[in-house]
Design a binder for this molecule. Sequence first.
Ligand code: PEP
Ligand code: MN
Length: 351
Amino acid sequence: MNRNNNPYLIAGPCSVESREQLQQVTQALCVLPQVRLIRGGVWKPRTRPGGFEGLGEPALKWMKELQEGPLRMADGNPLRFCTEVASPEHVELCLRYDINAFWLGARTTSNPFMVEEIGEALRGTNCQLLVKNPLSPDLRLWLGAIERLTQVGIKRLAAVHRGFSMYNNHGYRNAPLWELPLHLRRAQPDLPLICDPSHIGGNRQLIESLSLSALQLEFDGLMVEVHPHPANALTDAPQQLTPDDFTTLVKKLTNFQTQRPASPDARLSPLRQQIDDIDHELLRLLSQRMELSRQIAAVKHESQMTVYQTQRWHAVMDDRLQLASELNLNAEFVKELLETIHHESLKVQLD
Ligand code: PEP
Ligand code: MN
């Protein structure tokens, strides 16, 4: 997968529902050179019982039949399907039908035992595996799954950001919390990072802007749900795009990519220099501030005062928020920043 110049697109229905549905959507998607994998859910983890849970083995059979038929990916290679696996039995059945690209769903990534078992089932296979983030905003759980899979020798790994399940999702089906996948990239800089705007948005109106945000954040690719007749879809109807709408989206994304300059604008360099200088100054000031905290700690200790001084802290916060407002700074940001600094100051004083 290459970083951003040519985003790696995965598209297809949330669930495989019939031979015709799979054939129609495959026919429309395989002609697009940007589409590298066709997705289709075969086993569907449903939050509540009673819904459509996927067709299982017959869906794999249709994928194999299509792979052996006349359709090809746009680059001339055989069709490539991927599906969600949630157990080693799923992996084994897929391998029997020559399906060798998979994703771990959010619910499976949350379960280290299952990640390990699936990893074992894939050992030595050279299959491609996409690891969705866990349901909760827990970076360590996501990283842990990736580490377990790396340990069993799976090389063709990628992470998929599908948003996080929160009490308040801020209008999304799953809150994007973009800082988490960016932290993941910092920990695993060579791991391709894919965004799934369909499960973040939960609504087809949001797919374009979420996709563009992901490209702005240098994601390597996107996984988008596409269904020949979204209104009739058995799962995730509100978020699936028609093949025509998806093709229009791909054109927009390609325009966005090709319009980007090959090298950075020369005006950036002096501005970045100023940012570097300011950051260095901020750190020097923070170091001075922590030194003052140490001196204050000594005085408090000698005069038998407690470290945490509620009134003083509330007064400090009120004063800084007043200044933040005069300086046109976001109050929430300043509040979090000061809380972090104060927290460190307390730690220094308690040392
Ligand atoms: C899906 O991709 O259809 C799916 C169920 O995803 P998630 O695990 O992200 O909910
Ligand atoms: Mn879905």
